[in-house]
Design a protein. Structure first.
Length: 213
């Protein structure tokens, strides 16, 4: 005589639904936290006088101080540069050089100091990002905080958010604006200031991307 085994009772729906929500949320969090892998090659820093190392030897500017194995920094910083001329400079570089593995955009300070409309700044930065994305080049954008220009953070946050790219909120990172970190003009980083920016920049890059070492 055989005894039939009764099927195990299914868990009640009030248990299944929360479990499904937890699993789905975990999968989404894992997917969103995946870093873009950057192969060995070049990082282009598109910026202004802070990036170019105004008043200093080019080797003392923060791009030259970035030390990530397998990566070579390229400094496309030009004193006085604004967001409206950055795109052309980047296009000129693309047309004459091999494709870089990553572009860091550090423009906008001169626009803000000269009273450029925030909408124009956003449009210009978005155009630079689109140019990079059209070539499948990952991007990180850097904001800049001007003490007497309130609300400037929102400009860079919006651009980064709309384009889904990493944001370094403030290129000067607070400490770099202290007098001991600035040249005599009170605006541009000195050697110590550039070193501090490089440290913060490198930390942000390593936090945002996975470099293929």
């Amino acid at each position: 005589m055989t005894t039939e085994m009764s099927p195990s009772p299914s868990p009640p729906r009030w248990i299944i639904l929360p479990l499904m929500v937890v699993v789905f949320a975990t999968l989404m969090l894992t997917a969103c936290s995946r870093k873009v892998i950057i192969p060995n090659g070049t990082i282009v820093f598109l910026g202004d006088s802070i990036t170019s190392g105004y008043g200093l030897d080019p080797n003392q500017a923060y791009p030259a101080l970035i030390d990530i194995n397998g990566m070579t920094p390229v400094n496309l910083g030009v004193s006085g540069s604004k967001t409206d001329d950055g795109l052309q400079r980047l296009q000129d570089y693309f047309s004459a050089n091999p494709k870089p593995q990553l572009v860091v955009i550090a423009l906008g300070a001169n626009d803000l100091l000269q009273g450029v409309d925030p909408g124009n700044i956003q449009t210009n930065l978005a155009s630079i990002i689109r140019e990079c994305k059209s070539r499948n080049i990952p991007v990180m954008i850097c904001g800049i905080r001007i003490p007497f220009k309130l609300g400037t953070d929102a400009i860079f946050q919006k651009v980064a958010g709309d384009a889904h790219v990493p944001l370094l909120p403030d290129l000067m990172q607070g400490e770099a604006t202290q007098s001991s970190m600035l040249q005599d003009d009170g605006m541009h980083p000195n050697v110590a200031g550039q070193k501090l920016i490089a440290q913060k920049m490198q930390a942000a890059l390593l936090d945002s991307f996975s470099f293929d070492r």
